[in-house]
Design a binder for this molecule. Structure first.
Ligand SMILES: C[S@@+](CC[C@H](N)C(=O)[O-])C[C@H]1O[C@@H](n2cnc3c(N)ncnc32)[C@H](O)[C@@H]1O
Length: 369
């Protein structure tokens, strides 16, 4: 029961928000709407605010989000001035029903043994007339008296985390429902250089629109992140028709790392190959989802053009007419020229940052004839 005497479950559910890698929020919004049944209220760079009728642990199964929170309060009208500190303090102190938020949190994350532990996180990006440390102090002051007696502050693996995120004039504050396994997954035991974030790979797989009975290819698989996300979709589609997941890399270590990472995920056909001479039949693949190497990874930037040309030749050969490709590349313009020369049509283009570098996620359709 709450202080008002009403059972907690009678209170309306507060909004939730998800943090995403910048650039994939619309794909996350689509997942939240179609797979979770949520109602998206707002999207901003790296943020999706949504409502659910009921709170269940299904929110933790989202693939394209980095973290999910119960919203305490949100604002998109920060002034960038020091007065914002008063707003942060007062809103944190007065707006949320913290007791209700904590009870909802416990439903999704039952208490572990021992004393309850909590952690306060304050993130800030963009130029403001105050420092992040000042924002954190104001936030902590606003939380005074809200944390039940007996809870212990803990920096590491706390049971409950209260976050304040400030990004330009937007601020969101909430209780974190997810933990690190949402963004890192449990399958990623081994890495290779330039391995993708699983949530970005999941967004690419989602944009590919994998249907029952399809064959999906990643010719430059690295640590197998895209293949793992494709296998997750394959698992969901398998009742209607088996999805075949195929991948390879020129580096034998990458193929080994991929096989390790996929061990507990599902079965993919893996091979060590040169993507410019794929051992695959003509018109045998329905979807290509890939993150080809970028100039800086090769010995020289000049090598990237010829590699893209030769790889695109193979993609055009193995992809069925009407098939689709989802690609993530830093040298997008070069890739675009090559794919257009094969008459592929670009249907979507999104800017995202990859390893701190501007990159483009693009979706392509191969013509039917
Ligand atoms: C950007 S990484 C892919 C990362 C991958 N998406 C992941 O999440 O780990 C590009 C990969 O292409 C591989 N590669 C480079 N040239 C290749 C070629 N000619 N054929 C096949 N793979 C190649 C590299 O070994 C590297 O693993």
């Amino acid at each position: 029961m709450s202080r008002s005497g009403r059972p907690t479950d009678d209170k309306p559910l507060p909004p939730l928000y998800a943090m995403t890698h910048g650039g994939i929020e619309s794909t996350a919004a689509d997942e939240i709407t179609r797979d979770l049944g949520g109602e998206v209220k707002k999207t901003a760079r790296g943020l999706v605010v949504f409502r659910m009728e009921q709170l269940t642990d299904k929110v933790l199964s989202l693939r394209t989000t980095e973290d999910v929170f119960l919203m305490a309060w949100g604002s998109d009208s920060l002034t960038y001035k020091a007065e914002d500190l008063d707003t942060l303090r007062t809103w944190t102190a007065r707006k949320p029903d913290w007791e209700h938020l904590f009870k909802l949190h416990h439903k999704i994350r039952p208490k572990t043994k021992g004393r309850p532990t909590y952690h306060i996180v304050c993130q800030m990006q963009g130029e403001h007339g105050f420092r992040r440390a000042d924002a954190r102090t104001a936030f902590t002051e606003g939380l005074a008296g809200k944390i039940p007696n007996g809870w212990h502050y803990n920096n590491e693996n706390a049971w409950l985390e209260i976050w304040l995120t400030i990004y330009s004039k937007t601020a969101v504050c909430g209780v974190r429902l997810s933990d690190r396994t949402m963004r890192h997954r449990t399958y990623k035991l081994d890495h290779v250089a330039a391995s993708l974030r699983p949530t970005v790979a999941a967004a690419m797989v989602r944009l590919a629109g994998i249907g029952p009975g399809m064959t999906v290819l990643d010719p430059f698989c690295g640590a197998g992140t895209i293949l793992a996300e494709a296998l997750d979709v394959a698992e969901q589609r398998s009742k209607a028709g088996k999805v075949r997941v195929v991948g390879g890399d020129i580096d034998p270590n990458a193929v080994f790392v991929t096989s390790q990472n996929l061990e507990n995920v599902g079965r993919a056909d893996l091979a060590r190959w040169d993507a410019t001479a794929l051992p695959l039949e003509t018109a045998s693949v329905d979807r290509i989802v890939s993150n080809p190497p970028f100039g800086k990874q090769l010995s020289s930037i000049e090598k990237i053009g010829p590699l893209y040309e030769a790889a695109a030749e193979e993609w055009d050969r193995v992809l069925k007419p009407g098939g689709r490709a989802v690609l993530l590349a830093m040298e997008h313009e070069g890739l675009k020229r090559v794919l257009q020369s094969h008459r592929w049509a670009q249907v979507r283009q999104t800017r995202i940052r990859l390893l701190g570098q501007p990159s483009v996620l693009s979706v392509w359709n191969k013509p039917e004839w």
